[in-house]
Design a protein around this ligand. Structure first.
Ligand code: SF4
Length: 431
């Protein structure tokens, strides 16, 4: 039985129990969320060393780190290093988006080494193998696509992105709409090419029941992809994007009826004032299914600093109810991330997720900040480092310049907190 089926029959599984303990909430809250489809626990029956993680309503906002090779760069060794950094920095899940080298070998190595839920986008492998076999992605057969999905399922992936909502109707709408950046989703682009060349419906949509059978067998969580996501602010929240979301809403219902856990992916590039609207729209159309946003990036001009544009959007999305943030690294739009990009991307997204959690009222979020405020007031530098999202960075920056007293080198002997304490006799509250 899947986690969803267990939850529906009233059983609290060990995975639900673990998630509840980790989040500091009642196990019944987790069971109920899974049963209602507002929480997912991506946990393949074939991922041996998995530490379960819950994503959804009432839980901490989660952060995903994308790793993986490209056709230009990467090997098992480079991806293992990125995986190590992502785990060290506190990512909650990892997606292997490999499109170069031995894709299966990289994925298997990642799953074997990763205690976090692992996600993939099987259309990448299916499309690339079609090039090897038939010299064109558009010549991929439906069976080849499902063989790739099954292979990845057997390997133990916990969630897969499937762009089921990229339908012929959505493509027609995209053409009528006219966009500046057209399509920026790789999976979406592969499928659009296939649909137009073959003049057939998206196989992931047409054979959705086949997909559900595989997902149910291994308890893989479906992540309904955002193939029509805007790649520029000018294309945000347009008719093509909304059409795909409407289809996804129907597919959420069908997945849940089949006992399959499901979440929904979202934009992309969005101006600040459209983020909350997008979250509300998704929550309403998809009946509260967890929302997994890719950024969102709040401006198109942050190249080299897109971990910041993504974190600004991610914080607003999380505060508005998004459940899961896909990190953005400084390398976004420019190249394949290296381990340092992974580190910066994970930390930036974790800041965004936590900022959202304070507004959402997630258990423990406000208390964490309160502890930091007290440590600052006490000038307790080691405690501040321990409470930081990146303790190593906190220690390094504090020790960069020597100081004469107990304050930091910013104000030195004129430390405001120290002066006020001396003048007014105010001391930090106990926490
Ligand atoms: S020296 Fe200035 S910046 Fe440093 S702790 Fe004191 S008030 Fe804060």
């Amino acid at each position: 039985m899947t986690q969803l089926e267990l939850a529906r029959e009233g059983t609290i599984s060990p995975q639900m129990e673990f998630v509840a303990r980790h989040e500091g909430v009642e196990a019944e809250l987790v069971r109920q969320g899974v049963a209602e489809g507002t929480i997912v626990i991506p946990a393949s029956i074939n991922h041996a060393n998995l530490v379960p993680c819950g994503i959804g309503k009432g839980l901490k906002t989660k952060v995903n780190a994308n790793i993986g090779t490209s056709s230009d760069v990467g090997s098992i060794d480079t991806e293992m290093e990125k995986l190590r950094v992502a785990i060290d920095c506190g990512a909650d899940t990892v997606m292997d988006l490999s499109t170069g080298g031995d894709i299966s070998a990289v994925r298997r190595a990642v799953i074997a080494a990763c205690p976090l839920p692992v996600g993939t986008v099987p259309i990448y492998q299916a499309g690339i193998e079609a090039i090897d076999r038939h010299e064109a992605i558009v010549k991929m057969t439906v069976d080849e696509l499902f063989t790739a999905i099954e292979e990845q399922a057997r390997d133990g992936v916990d969630f897969i992105t499937v762009h089921c909502g990229v339908t012929q109707s959505a493509i027609a709408r995209l053409k009528r709409q006219g966009r500046v950046a057209d399509i920026v989703s790789r999976g979406g682009a592969f499928l659009i090419g296939w649909i137009l060349y073959n003049e057939r419906e998206n196989p992931l949509y047409e054979h959705y029941d086949r997909l559900l059978e595989i997902a149910r067998e291994f308890d893989i969580t479906l992540s309904l992809g955002d193939g029509m996501r805007p790649g520029s602010l000018a294309d945000a929240t347009d008719r093509a994007q909304v059409e795909e979301l409407l289809v996804s809403g129907e597919l959420v219902q069908r997945a849940q009826q089949a006992g399959v856990q499901v979440m929904v992916e979202g934009p992309g590039h969005l101006p600040l004032n459209q983020i909350e609207t997008n979250v509300r729209l998704q929550k309403s159309i998809c009946k509260g299914a967890p929302f997994y946003v890719l950024g969102p990036l709040v401006t198109d001009v942050g190249a080299g600093y897109d971990h910041i544009t993504g974190a600004i959007g991610g914080a607003i999305a999380a505060a508005g109810g998004a459940d899961f943030l896909c990190y953005v690294t400084p390398a976004e739009h420019l190249g394949l991330p290296d381990p340092e990009d992974v580190r910066e991307g994970v930390i930036a997204s974790r800041i965004a997720a936590h900022a959202g959690d304070i507004v959402k009222g997630v258990k423990g979020a406000e208390e964490w900040d309160m502890k930091m405020a007290v440590a600052r007031k006490k000038l307790d530098w080691e405690e501040q480092a321990k409470l930081s999202l990146d303790p190593g960075m906190s220690r390094r920056v504090h020790k960069k310049h020597p100081t004469a007293g107990t304050a930091c080198s910013m104000c030195g002997e004129y430390c405001a907190m120290k002066l006020v304490e001396e003048f007014l006799g105010i001391s930090a509250p106990k926490c």
